[in-house]
Write a protein that binds this ligand. Structure first.
Ligand SMILES: *Cc1c(COP(=O)(O)O)cnc(C)c1O
Length: 466
């Protein structure tokens, strides 16, 4: 008891601890020092009372306080190691950006820019000009517009072209994406009426034809981006739909979801229709995301017939859904890479990861396993195992990516406990559990992150992880 009181008296006073922290690690808001000092003092007190602490020096307290300050100073939104194998992971920020995009964002963000200024003529310009020609060149469309995200692109397209009217959609395409984007709800908010045709697995051209009435504005196709219907199925192609629409003087809109500009079949992966193909098929307006397969920043891209896209641009909603300058900077740089497909597939992380051959993933998994073994020579074992990766993020629902992971076992820790500790580490590592094994999927881990994973695991095994 006496011992505990002696230890308690050694806990530094909060204000003194805060001052010392401020002296050693200047530059943070005042409250961070106070909070860190308070938290440290409280933790030490609890540990002493519970008999977990037998010694306490000034240096110990300070060391704890510095650790607390580091936690306090950490951003809430931060970098995470994606070891799930899902390339476009909606919960982990979808697409990491190419170096070129990051540099452009920094440059534009650091100072002022010609966001809405026409440098040649010295007058007000348009923010949409920066990517318009690029998008036209890459997709073959007459006109292009970018908004905040693809949900916004669909909303403003339908609101502009079909408000107060009917839009015909196949029942097999009434998708929900990530719980918050449901086509029927988006239609309702856009002010148009949904006219469902066909059945879940089969929709025929005559189903569309019979649904066309006086107040039909559009025929719509929605790409089934996150699921597939297999078996006894029938779906009407864009070309057939366009022909039908033309006969009735209607427009065709397609929500492509992912928006791929590269023909994956050329790389031995199940093909996804490209934006260029959809545009060439005669669809009037096509919408897609900037941060799914395209591998750029969050954005919604609208391409299509000039007259229609111009009407969409003029919709007052556009002011509320507009794209910001950082996104534009990143999007322009990403799109520029697509001018040379070789550059795109090498430099855009999303494409590089999806197209990484299994053999290469295996080599990298072996390298990671060796690195982990070196960092943690005892109490853990590592093995390279074959797995199946996914592109994720509403893309290629059927495309399995043969992949490899490092399975990690740590003595005395279940797979769940190990995963929890790694998630709470610095940087957080999010992996995958399969059949009670903890897996680090290597396809989605950057080379530069390998040492971080080793360091994080070392901390967990040494017991100073959370
Ligand atoms: C992902 C997706 C959306 C939504 O796009 P966001 O960029 O997330 O707003 C809409 N439609 C389809 C088919 C999608 O796959």
């Amino acid at each position: 008891m006496v011992e505990k009181e002696k230890l308690l008296s050694r806990i530094p006073a909060v204000h003194r601890l805060a001052e010392e922290l401020a002296r050693r690690r200047p530059g943070f808001p005042e409250v961070f020092y106070l909070r860190a000092a308070r938290r440290t003092a409280e933790t030490l007190r609890q540990e002493i009372l519970q008999g977990h602490l037998q010694e306490l020096s000034e240096a110990d307290s300070l060391c704890r306080a510095e650790e607390a300050l580091s936690q306090e100073a950490r951003s809430h939104l931060r970098r995470v190691v994606n070891a799930t194998g899902v390339v476009v992971h909606t919960n982990l920020g979808r697409s990491p950006l190419a170096k070129e995009a990051l540099e452009e964002i920094l440059e534009v963000a650091r100072g002022y820019s010609n966001l809405e200024y026409h440098l040649q003529e010295g007058r007000r310009g348009s923010r949409y000009e920066h990517v318009r020609d690029l998008l036209r060149e890459l997709t073959g469309a007459e006109e292009a517009l970018v908004v905040n995200n693809n949900a916004a692109a669909v909303l403003i397209t339908l609101n502009t072209l079909a408000r107060g009217k009917e839009v015909v959609v196949s029942r097999g395409e009434l998708v929900e994406i990530g719980g918050s984007f449901r086509m029927p709800e988006v239609m309702a908010w856009a002010g148009c009426r949904l006219r469902e045709v066909g059945t879940t697995n089969r929709t025929h051209l005559r189903d569309y034809e019979e649904a066309i009435r006086e107040d039909t504005a559009l025929l719509m196709k929605v790409h089934r981006s996150n699921f597939a219907i297999v078996g006894f199925t029938k779906e009407v192609s864009g070309v057939e739909l366009v022909r039908l629409a033309r006969r009735h003087g209607l427009g065709v809109v397609e929500d492509l979801g992912s928006g791929c500009l590269v023909d994956f079949a050329r790389y031995g992966i199940r093909r996804e229709p490209t934006v260029q193909e959809i545009v060439a098929s005669g669809v009037d307006v096509v919408t897609f995301s900037g941060d799914k397969l395209l591998g750029g920043p969050q954005a919604g891209i609208i391409v299509g017939r000039r007259e229609l896209v111009e009407r969409i641009r003029a919709n007052p909603l556009n002011r509320a859904l507009r794209i910001d300058k950082l996104t534009l900077a990143g999007l322009e740089a990403t799109l520029r890479l697509y001018l040379d497909e070789k550059l795109a597939v090498e430099h855009i992380p999303t494409l590089r990861m999806i197209l990484m051959p299994a053999e290469r993933v295996k080599q990298r998994a072996r390298r990671l396993a060796r690195l982990l073994k070196k960092a943690v020579p005892e109490k853990a074992c590592f093995s390279v195992v074959p797995t199946v990766g996914r592109t994720g993020g509403g893309a290629l629902p059927l495309a399995d990516l043969p992949s490899f992971a490092v399975a990690v076992k740590v003595e005395g820790l279940s797979a769940e406990e190990l995963h929890r500790k790694l998630r709470l580490g610095e940087p957080p590592v999010v992996g995958r559990i399969e059949e009670e094994r903890f897996l680090l999927e290597v396809r989605t881990i950057f080379d530069e992150e390998f040492p971080w994973v080793a360091e994080a695991l070392k901390k967990v095994v040494q017991g100073d992880g959370a």
